[in-house]
Design a protein around this ligand. Structure first.
Ligand code: ZN
Length: 486
């Protein structure tokens, strides 16, 4: 690897900031320099004019903006071709009618290979350098996903979607209880920390490729499966294996998913099912699946006690405002959830969400939380938005010592933005009116950049100092046969 200097406007939320300190921790350097060393780490940042002489001979790459790579903490690989699916309605109906049939297609290795390639291409296009990815039920499809990420050099945490019970449409995705546990254990053996050099004692929990234990949600598994996964995870968590699932996403007029979980398990709260308390009356039945590497998607309808339990166990929430709108789920109450002390990161939730670009999801977050009722409404500060899409994601993934901002010593995981590649954005930034005060102007600029960013302007994506290769989607001629007669 060759060391180099990146020159452009640096924006990041520095240090070990949390949401409460994100505004005070916002760093903006208009003509900034960032030195990437031979190990792929950030060796220096500051005003370009103050670049130390030791780096003066390095090649310089220019960009309009240099941001930390975006972190997407919840999206579905087998739904890469299931965005904007019509006729689903709310969550349970949508799963039954749109999603289970699509995900079943990945049993075909050729379909899975295309899905994996397209998934990586979409991630690269939008600068998502780290992602927690809900996997396919099929081990061959998961192999394709991990292999495609290894080739590209992107960070990936993923695990096969575990389902041991479900409606008829889910039948192709189900396995026996025993097979479910065997397949999860096999995936951990095969892929967790696969790129770490174990002969040199590199830590698998810091590798680019890592594995999660991923039951789809409480309704897709049985008590016996939850008990078995608890035992398995009790051992695996010491090696940095993650736990990931959905939590309290959709209530709906008839109580929806949340009511279905409580009544089918006979538990007091949805979270109890993942907390080892899945026996009737929330009695203990196994080990907890909560912890510092446990990330729960949605948490729209959590009780105060559930939020307190998530915070106490240092579990995190992947907030998915775009998808919550699509499925009519409501929205995670921002003030109440973050006040409980839970780390809240952001997820695109492809394919209920239809925006791959993390700042696009932040754009939706800004709008839905400003539209929350009464005193719950909040106008998120641009630094809080940037934090949520970068450092909070790294914290949720327990990787914030490695990535999440532009601090010296971290891995160089970066997004380079050239606004000329997106002329409407360039014109908006050039001809807009900006505050005279430089600090206020920087905040206003960051807000507009995040809200208006389009993937065309993401011109370079860097992980650990390596340029990630972009392979544009290539359509096979004649593939668009939908609706043609015969
Ligand atoms: Zn999801």
């Amino acid at each position: 690897m060759t060391a180099r200097v990146l020159r452009g406007h640096l924006f990041h939320v520095a240090g070990d900031a949390r949401l409460e300190t994100a505004v005070a921790s916002l760093v903006s350097v208009r003509d900034g320099g960032l030195v990437v060393d031979d190990a792929g780490r950030i060796a220096w940042t500051g005003p370009y004019a103050e670049l130390p002489p030791a780096y003066a001979a390095l090649p310089v790459t220019r960009a309009d903006f240099v941001l930390p790579g975006f972190v997407d903490t919840h999206l579905h690989y087998p739904q890469v071709h299931a965005t904007a699916a019509y006729g689903g309605g709310r969550l349970l109906h949508w799963l039954d009618h749109c999603i289970f049939p699509t995900e079943a297609r990945l049993a075909d290795d050729a379909v899975a290979a295309r899905a994996a390639a397209d998934f990586v291409a979409r991630r690269v296009a939008v600068g998502t350098t780290s992602a927690l990815v809900f996997g396919s039920a099929f081990p061959g499809a998961q192999d394709a996903l991990f292999a495609a990420h290894a080739e590209a050099g992107l960070r990936l945490v993923s695990g096969r979607g575990v389902q041991t019970t479900g409606p008829a449409s889910a039948e192709p995705l189900l396995t026996s209880e025993d097979d479910a546990l065997t397949l999860v254990a096999d995936e951990i053996d095969r892929w967790h920390g696969r790129d770490a050099d174990l002969s040199r004692a590199h830590d698998p929990s810091r590798a680019l490729l890592q594995v999660a234990v991923v039951p789809r949600f409480a309704l897709s598994v049985t008590r016996r499966t939850l008990r078995g996964l608890g035992e398995l995870y009790g051992d695996a968590r010491a090696h940095g294996v993650y736990f990931h699932t959905h939590l309290s996403e959709n209530a709906g007029p008839d109580g929806g998913e949340v009511a279905a979980v409580r009544s089918s398990y006979g538990v007091e709260s949805y979270l109890d099912t993942y907390d080892g308390r899945f026996e009737p009356g929330s009695r203990s039945g196994g080990e907890t699946l909560l912890g510092r590497r446990s990330i729960f998607a949605h948490a729209v309808h959590c009780t105060d006690a559930e939020l307190a339990r998530l915070a106490e166990t240092r579990s995190s929430i992947a907030h998915c405002p775009t998808s919550q709108q699509f499925l009519g789920s409501g929205t995670m109450p921002w003030r109440r959830t973050t006040a409980a002390g839970v780390t809240v990161a952001v997820g695109s939730d492809i394919g209920a969400g239809d925006r791959w670009l993390v700042p696009g999801v932040l754009n939706d977050a800004y709008k839905v939380h400003l539209s929350e009722p009464g005193a719950a409404a909040v106008a998120l500060h641009p630094a809080e938005l940037l934090y949520t899409g970068t450092l909070a994601g790294a914290q949720a993934l327990d990787l914030d010592d490695l990535v999440g901002n532009l601090d010296v010593g971290k891995d160089a995981d970066l997004v380079l933005i050239d606004v000329a590649a997106s002329p409407p954005l360039a014109r908006r930034l050039e001809d807009g009116a900006w505050p005279e005060d430089p600090a206020e102007a920087d905040v206003a600029l960051l807000f507009t950049l995040l809200m208006e960013l389009r993937e065309e302007a993401v011109t370079s994506v860097v992980v650990k100092g390596h340029e990630v290769e972009s392979r544009p989607l290539r359509l096979v001629s004649g593939v668009l046969s939908i609706g043609r007669p015969g």
